[in-house]
Design a protein around this ligand. Sequence first.
Ligand SMILES: Cc1cc2nc3c(=O)[nH]c(=O)nc-3n(C[C@H](O)[C@H](O)[C@H](O)COP(=O)(O)OP(=O)(O)OC[C@H]3O[C@@H](n4cnc5c(N)ncnc54)[C@H](O)[C@@H]3O)c2cc1C
Length: 316
Amino acid sequence: MNVLVVVEHDRGELSPATLEALAAARALVGVVHALTLGAAADGRAGELGAHGAAVVHQVHHDLLAAYGPVAWGEAVAQAARSLAAEVVLACGTDRGNEVIAQAAARLDLPFVANCVAIDRDSWEITRVRWGGSLLERCSLAAATKLLTVAHHTFEVLPAPAAGVTNTVAVDLDPSLARTMVVDRVERAAGITLATAPVVVGGGRAVGSAEGFVPLEALAALLGGVVGCSRAVTNNGWRNHTDQVGQTGTRIAPDLYIACGISGAIQHWVGAMASKKILAINTDPEANMVLKADYAVIGDLHQVVPAISAEIIRRRG
Ligand SMILES: Cc1cc2nc3c(=O)[nH]c(=O)nc-3n(C[C@H](O)[C@H](O)[C@H](O)COP(=O)(O)OP(=O)(O)OC[C@H]3O[C@@H](n4cnc5c(N)ncnc54)[C@H](O)[C@@H]3O)c2cc1C
């Protein structure tokens, strides 16, 4: 079986997730091939060889210099065809899933994402769905099998292999550059949403970007940060980096104060590791209220400033 692992990297810096994908591929087959996109990753052949890549196929093209899911997906599709790959595999990170989905669409093939167990004989597969809340069994029948493995599932172990390099030619149209990484913003140092001891989350009911000012004030008093639901990021009130949930950040604070958030499953999977949850909601039947340790049934626009005022009063 010819298994091709798509290497995830940022300007040549290998993502550790790639080594998980190589470990998963080695569990499927003895001889693993790797595929690097963009010349910046050429120097990584030794590292990939040390983790089991017998051959490192390198694709060079100007459009692959920066990450762009459309161009990367097309390059993977062309390489899979020319190398006659039977399995194309990546780690199920945001980028891994995005690139393999692009390749699958171009090859007109099914794609099984976030696999945790793969039977290489029957192609019965178990995969994670709904942000980790559901395991699904499926079977895959396709000439070329496109897979990602769930992140943090396969243990990274060194497995020395040759790491011989080979160049693969691709033909990429400039129109494929329509989505590219053009800028990077460093996150401010300090506590992050993922590590904060207290998160004050705001939902649709906050009403506007300015409506978050009282939530910011409460978070500052408690040494925490502000998070939000997807309704908020969809409205452009806050940045996606503040979103809690399946398609946002998983949080695990000592206290999560969920203000005007209904507690939809996609939000809940990102918040459920919180040690204690206080829900502030006008609806006593809201999912977040039913799941919370504590609830205040009321208007967040009155309750949040009242909590802050009480904290200030008690602290003198
Ligand atoms: C594939 C997919 C992925 C998704 N990923 C995410 C994700 O990562 N994170 C996420 O959050 N969502 C995600 N969603 C969206 C999710 O399904 C919900 O639509 C979203 O979480 C709802 O946001 P909300 O709770 O702020 O809004 P709503 O569901 O509209 O809830 C508003 C809540 O505010 C309460 N309320 C109204 N007025 C007040 C008031 N004055 N004071 C107090 N409470 C009040 C209401 O009773 C209600 O409970 C995803 C959806 C899909 C399909």
